[in-house]
Design a protein around this ligand. Sequence first.
Ligand code: EPZ
Length: 427
Amino acid sequence: MDIIRVEGGHELNGSVHVSGAKNSALKLMAATLLAPGVTTLENVPNISDVHVMGKVLKRMGATIEVVDEHSLAIDTSAVDSWEAPYDLVAKMRASTAVMGPLLGRFGKAKIAMPGGCNLGARKIDMHILGLEALGVHFDTDHGYIHADASDGLVGTTVTLEFASVGATENLIMAAVRARGTTVIDNAAREPEIVDLANMLNEMGAKISGAGTPVVQIEGVDELHPVTHRVIGDRIEAGTFIVAGALMAGDEGIDVVGFNSSHLGMVLKKFELMGIDIERIVGGVRVRRAERIRPVDIQTLPFPGFPTDMQAQTMVLSALADGSSVITENIFENRFMFASELVRMGADIRIESHHAMIHGVKGFSGAQVVSPDLRGGAALVVAGLIADGYTEVSAIHHIDRGYEHFVSKLVGLGACVERATRPDSIDD
Ligand code: EPZ
């Protein structure tokens, strides 16, 4: 099986440039369905989730030219199918992001119902409720959701029960082609949503308020293709900042290629934990923390502390000189990583949505399993400071969202490699 093997104890130095944001790129790719013609996306991360989204679009009849490793020219002129098939939705829930644009362009969509994932049920009830308010009719059969807006989409006010990122995005991508004006109240405010709204406005949409809780979309008759650069990945950046806090040399490491204001709460919490973070051009410089102070954290929609940084932050909390609590409010099952970190010597007890963490002196390297994308990356980061070797398996999770993760760490001086370990022989 493929593993990532880390030898702990190597100091990190130099600079790492993060890739484009996965959680923006996937939606920007879906949004190209709204503008027949060739839209070119730049700074797209070369990761498996992007490849899956590319397959979804190609199945519908789009063509994609890989201009260079990070630029895609997506031609959706010839799209003549509006189905996101089960085999691809099952691989990547974010395939459901094509629902809004398909309804906006064709007035219909056939989407395989997303199953659960390692983080929990992850329903799309809020997407459906909001789209129904715009005039979409839904029915489900044989594991597929059939959405029909042949009577047209009509703008209205939609109040989201929860500031869902995906629901906000699907609603925006449908509303840009609705008759009249749509207001989304209690909208998600993540920077990736602002990036999506910016590209749609470049395409001719009329969206205001993205990044605030109230987004207003005035429907337009058509959108035209553009060239758009994906924002830097704030979560990848946060992952490397944790690595620097643990293992950077005296000069610190530079993490660049992202907008540090997209990590405001994370940087604030890390500074409270005693981590020295300096804003620099294009990102931040982070130095190794002499001691890590325990700080309670709870995950919330942006601008609150992002759930996608929960596992990486738990690595820091597990080495703090004291006890702290991390509360996961976004997903019902995002603590599986903790049990793997315990195998490396962490002292963590899970009670419902709370992780009670008592700092320990250090970790010992172990064979651990990546439970999901961010947990897997966090285990590799924990291995950087652990005593001896750490072997992380199930690394396909990491490949979904981290481009060249191993080579970026090696570039900073870590002793990390991809390897294969014989599968256990069935007895
Ligand atoms: C996006 O997922 C991100 N994924 C997630 O990143 C991120 O953790 C999440 O937003 C929160 O920031 C992508 O952008 C591809 P939600 P999404 O809709 O859109 C529940 C990563 O590691 N919910 O805000 O699915 C849902 O089950 C990934 O990069 C409903 O119940 O997030 C979840 O518990 C992981 N009904 C919570 O809300 C709905 O209709 C947050 O979901 C929609 C959501």
